[in-house]
Design a protein around this ligand. Sequence first.
Ligand SMILES: Nc1ncnc2c1ncn2[C@@H]1O[C@H](COP(=O)(O)OP(=O)(O)OP(=O)(O)O)[C@@H](O)[C@H]1O
Ligand SMILES: [Mg+2]
Length: 232
Amino acid sequence: MLQVNNINVFYGKIHALKDVSLNVNQGEIVALIGANGAGKSTTLKTISGMLRSRTGDITFMDESISHIDPYKLISRGLAHVPEGRRVFLQMTVQENLEMGAYTCKDHTKEGLEDVYNRFPRLLHRKNQIAGTLSGGEQQMLAMGRALMGQPKLLMLDEPSMGLAPILVQFIFDMILELKSAGATILLVEQNAEMALKIADRAYVMESGRIVLSGTGEELANSDAIKKAYLGG
Ligand SMILES: Nc1ncnc2c1ncn2[C@@H]1O[C@H](COP(=O)(O)OP(=O)(O)OP(=O)(O)O)[C@@H](O)[C@H]1O
Ligand SMILES: [Mg+2]
């Protein structure tokens, strides 16, 4: 479904991504793990067109998307929930969700029903201003808003960041549920242990490069990964 071939991305003189290649097949959960500053968010931003690669190519659903504007990718079915949630703080929960359906307005009613079913907390707060939601609720809203666009591929950047353990579990359960419902997910996570548990496959990044890849299980059992990311 998604193929990233040899991309190199720079911030001025900083070479942030070095020959990064990865792929995501339909129906998979693929995790991208690695330390702070490894280049995980940069990879997602490049896939969603917010940053441009100097080399290589990115294809989504068999079409090159390397030169497509980010807003057009949403209507093609690629959704990106960025780090730090980024909901519209001054709008209500429901207004935020409605914004998520701007590429498929006819779907708004069913979309809202679906999102409120998955996240009952959002239903109870539908008229609340998003800026007054807790961190976990804002994460649910950011995911819900992405789902409103009926994405084929959902890219999540650290959905568990800063959440209490019970909410972390809820978010991971939700990701598994989305997979069962047919979604394809590219998941960036600091929480390597949980990410590898739910991932079909995973890639490990270090200093802008992919240094390891394998099934979630293989990586969870790899000594190098245990040492670096799983506390021994
Ligand atoms: N706008 C920017 N300008 C300059 N350098 C940047 C910019 N954004 C990121 N970088 C650098 O690029 C590298 C990769 O950053 P990136 O945000 O992709 O890391 P990450 O793996 O997502 O880290 P984290 O786990 O902390 O979110 C880092 O060294 C970072 O300092
Ligand atoms: Mg990041």
